[in-house]
Design a binder for this molecule. Structure first.
Ligand SMILES: Cc1cc2nc3c(=O)[nH]c(=O)nc-3n(C[C@H](O)[C@H](O)[C@H](O)COP(=O)(O)OP(=O)(O)OC[C@H]3O[C@@H](n4cnc5c(N)ncnc54)[C@H](O)[C@@H]3O)c2cc1C
Length: 397
């Protein structure tokens, strides 16, 4: 077993950290206030190969391992504490990978290269206005129609609706098949005739939009179907397994950054005649946060390692082990990041409540993963419960 990074991985990590320090940090307030990631930031990400990293080189990606992608996600979460850039990054990585694994050759050649260049957007559409956790009860349908499919329904709380509309692109969309008992997973271009979009007003990660798409008999060509008809649910679950690992890594990066900021502050901020860091009430909190971040960081690295060993190779033989590792880290990482940012804000006292210190960006951003983005915490608990006790212990079985 090897815990150290290879020389190549370390060099890449350093390059992404430099990008975080030099490009993301100076832009994070602007990303938050302007409500978009500047084009020059996306261009630089593309230049470094950071967009849709696991996509094979023949489709424009770098064919990166999950471990390397996880390392990059951590650095991007550290660089832009608002999480907007991390969300953009991990959507392209996770769902770009899903498309490269299950998409038709024509779709991959058409959709993936511009995604990897940062000139179009690729997202995921599963959630509906009636709920996101109980996906099996979704209402959006796809009907076989001549050479393709007709999609009808509505998806909500989708990341990147505005980006896909303005830059071009679309979402991998999970739909109930009217021709079988199963689900179809289809790439639906956002600007397809029949679609209307709406942007929601979020409280955080303002640099990437969240919104809804209504599909009024939207025509989708057959080449945009992922894998086999009726088997889409499994492909979506697989994509979530990959994307959730990168979500967790981004949370680790945000937590590390917040703790660094906090340690620097408590080293010098005086109270009662000595630095705050000398008071064990504060020092021990810092130690506990460090310990939790380290634990979740290695939990995350192991999840990525399992993805490389099995999921990314299309090997389903360790499905339960992978599912548990990923659900456990997605259950742990957002609360650890949230708690770290919150505690450090409190060390700063009144200053922590200001935009000048900038930790509030992180609090608002990480909260998205507490309320539900990429699956709610209780859904992670349900996955773990199912794997530990068996399917018959699911409350609705
Ligand atoms: C900023 C942001 C971006 C998002 N981006 C996307 C996106 O790009 N694409 C997309 O498809 N979706 C996206 N989502 C939606 C996300 O996937 C959903 O929020 C999530 O799946 C939960 O669905 P819901 O919000 O409808 O909550 P519900 O399913 O209504 O659940 C509400 C609460 O109850 C809990 N709960 C649900 N069932 C149970 C149960 N059986 N036992 C105990 N607790 C339960 C949930 O964990 C949650 O806390 C995004 C959400 C946010 C906040």
């Amino acid at each position: 077993m090897e815990f150290d990074l290879t020389d190549e991985e370390r060099a890449f990590q350093e390059a992404v950290r430099r990008f975080g320090d030099k490009v993301l940090r100076p832009n994070e307030r602007r990303i938050d206030s302007e409500g978009r990631i500047p084009k020059e930031v996306l261009d630089e990400m593309a230049r470094l190969g950071l967009l849709a990293m696991p996509v094979p080189t023949e489709y424009g990606g770098m064919g990166a391992s999950a471990v390397l992608t996880e390392i990059a996600a951590e650095e991007i979460g550290r660089g832009d504490l608002s999480m907007a850039t991390a969300v953009f990054f991990l959507l392209e990585a996770g769902w770009g990978w899903a498309l490269s694994r299950h998409g038709t050759e024509d779709a991959k050649r058409e959709i993936l290269p511009p995604v990897c260049q940062g000139s179009t957007f690729l997202g995921i559409a599963t959630t509906e206005p009636t709920g996101g956790s109980d996906l099996a009860r979704m209402r959006t349908t796809s009907r076989r129609d001549g050479e393709g499919f007709t999609v009808r329904g509505e998806k909500a709380f989708l990341s990147g609706v505005e980006e896909a509309r303005t830059m071009g692109g679309g979402h991998l969309t999970l739909t109930k098949s009217t021709d079988s008992d199963g689900f179809n997973f289809l790439y639906v271009p956002t600007s397809a005739p029949g679609n209307t979009t709406q942007r929601f007003q979020n409280m955080g990660r303002m640099g990437i939009s969240t919104g809804a798409i209504t599909y009024a008999d939207t025509k989708v060509p057959a080449r945009y179907l992922l894998g086999e008809e009726g088997r889409g649910f499994g492909y979506a679950v697989e994509g979530f397994t990959v994307a959730r690992t990168f979500v967790s890594a981004a949370c680790v990066g945000a937590a590390e950054r917040a703790l660094e900021v906090g340690l620097e502050y408590i080293r010098q901020r005086p109270a009662f005649g000595q630095p705050l860091g000398k008071f064990e009430g504060i020092q021990f909190e810092a130690v506990d946060l460090y310990t939790q971040i380290e634990a979740v960081k290695w939990q995350c690295r192991r999840a990525a390692w399992l993805l490389d060993r099995y999921t990314l190779r299309g090997d389903d033989s360790h499905r339960s082990e992978v599912a548990k590792a990923v659900a456990a880290v997605k259950l742990t990482a957002p609360p650890v990041a949230f708690e770290t940012v919150k505690r450090v804000m409190m060390w700063f006292g009144a200053a922590g409540y200001t935009k000048d210190v900038g930790l509030e960006l992180g609090l608002r951003g990480v909260m998205s993963y507490m309320v539900g983005a990429e699956g709610g915490l209780n859904v992670m608990r349900m996955i773990l419960g199912r794997e530990l006790l068996g399917k018959e212990f699911l409350p609705y079985s």
